[in-house]
Design a protein around this ligand. Structure first.
Ligand code: HEC
Length: 122
């Protein structure tokens, strides 16, 4: 009887740890994005105008998630001129700071693609 009881509690602990591990990895995928996938997307779409640590045509992007909300960044990357034209204060400010250079719009990038790019800049 004693052995059976021990065995059950050990498998309960194992199952619990497994569930915990699974929920952690699912969380980090959905929230933080994948920096390796983001690097490839960054090089293909953004590197012509942006570096992580130096200004080029556009601002250095390292740490940009600390300067704007995720919602703002998603709409900016999909259609920055749309935001400038709507009068969004932060969008107008950065557009004027960069002498009204027009950033390419990326309506084809999915929210997951953008989260991956942002994970790479973090
Ligand atoms: C053709 C050049 C160009 C490309 C390509 C480009 N950008 Fe930009 N980006 C700019 C410029 C210029 C600005 C400054 C604002 C403006 O003038 O519109 C900017 C601003 C930004 C900002 C705001 C930064 C801040 O500090 O507020 C973010 C975020 C950004 N770009 C992300 C991206 C991402 C992500 C990509 C690739 C998917 C990308 N950009 C591709 C030129 C570009």
């Amino acid at each position: 009887m004693k052995n059976v009881g021990n065995h059950n509690s050990i498998s309960r602990i194992l199952l619990f740890s497994l569930a915990l591990m699974l929920s952690f990895s699912a969380k980090s995928f959905s929230q933080a994005g994948d920096p390796a996938a983001g690097k490839a997307l960054f090089n293909a779409n953004c590197a012509a105008c942006h570096k992580l640590d130096a200004k080029m045509t556009g601002p250095a992007l390292r740490g940009v998630t600390g300067r704007h909300s995720s919602e703002w960044l998603h709409s900016w990357i999909k259609n920055s001129q749309g935001m400038v034209k709507s009068g969004d204060a932060a969008a107008v400010k950065i557009f004027e700071e960069y002498n009204k250079s027009v950033m390419t719009s990326f309506p084809q990038l999915s929210d997951a693609d953008i989260d991956n790019i942002l994970a790479y800049t973090a």
